[in-house]
Write a protein that binds this ligand. Structure first.
Ligand SMILES: O=C(O)c1cccc(C(=O)CC[C@H]2O[C@@H](n3cnc4c(=O)[nH]cnc43)[C@H](O)[C@@H]2O)c1
Length: 253
């Protein structure tokens, strides 16, 4: 019996890279993927910008750093290292805690992205914000495979919508309203998804983003943060997501 079967773990038939921002998020994901509590540092491989932990379930966990630029750089490094080693990833998952737009995404809930959109990459004009695409450059949205989003949403109960990537955390009701006006499908915001998605796109690998809501998007209120609840929701969500990925691979890809 192999290690995975012996431990009763669900596995994927393709390697999956899960990029979180910080180690505590990575460990919350690891909690769902390992049969017994263990120190993730025990199987840690250093990479430029972060470190990679291998799990027996076929998921490699990367604490890729906070913010879109560092997350993109670290994720790209991990993707390149895997490709050069002849073990390219079949999927990249951006995962972590995030802000939720009320009332659709309350604290403790999960959101899976059908669109991963950078909200503040562009130019400010007298007539408002212009996304970088309207300046003639790049992209502002990456779309995860529809079938994968459906499978993950059904398995985890996560709401499906746009997850915005911001470089500046929203801290006022006015900014939250402006974001919702520009992105009516937005359910959550984080700081890494678009960076992770850019790295995945550069490697031609599909991407998924899932966030557990730790705080409402709106007026800054550190006392209202529920990081522990969000991390617990992330662990529970990954416990259901892992087997769902296997069914997506075999039936829907
Ligand atoms: O000091 C503050 O007011 C503040 C408010 C929200 C988040 C922060 C962070 O430093 C956390 C950044 C970290 O966590 C993710 N995250 C969590 N909540 C949000 C949010 O409302 N908006 C954007 N990002 C959020 C993010 O992905 C980072 O990894 C500080």
């Amino acid at each position: 019996m192999d290690l995975q079967a012996e431990e009763g773990l669900s596995t994927t038939s393709f390697p999956v890279l899960v990029a979180t921002a910080v180690p505590v998020e990575r460990d919350a994901v690891a909690g769902a993927l390992t049969a017994a509590p263990q120190d993730p540092a025990a199987r840690e491989t250093p990479l430029p910008g972060g470190s990679l932990c291998r799990t027996a379930a076929g998921f490699d966990l990367l604490a890729a750093g906070v913010g879109p630029a560092l997350a993109a750089a670290t994720t790209a490094g991990a993707l390149t290292a895997a490709a050069l080693a002849g073990r390219p990833y079949g999927l990249v998952v951006s995962a972590g805690i995030g802000g939720g737009f009320l009332p659709e995404a309350p604290v403790g809930s999960l959101v899976v992205a059908d669109a991963i959109t950078v909200a503040d990459l562009g130019a400010e004009t007298a007539d408002g914000f212009l996304p970088v695409t309207e300046l003639g450059f790049g992209t502002v949205t990456h779309r995860p495979p529809e079938s994968l989003v459906r499978v993950v949403s059904e398995a985890t109960g996560a709401r499906t919508g746009t997850i915005l990537t911001v470089s500046t955390v929203t801290g006022t009701a006015a900014r939250a309203a402006a974001l919702r006006a520009r992105h009516p499908g937005a359910l959550a915001e984080g700081m890494e998804g678009f960076g992770v998605a850019e790295a995945a796109a550069a490697h031609g690998v599909p991407v998924l983003e899932i966030r557990a809501v730790s705080n409402p998007v709106g007026p800054r209120d550190r006392a209202a943060w529920r990081i522990g609840d969000a991390l617990a929701a992330l662990t529970e969500g990954f416990g259901k997501l892992a087997p769902a990925l296997e069914s997506w691979n075999t039936h829907d890809q």
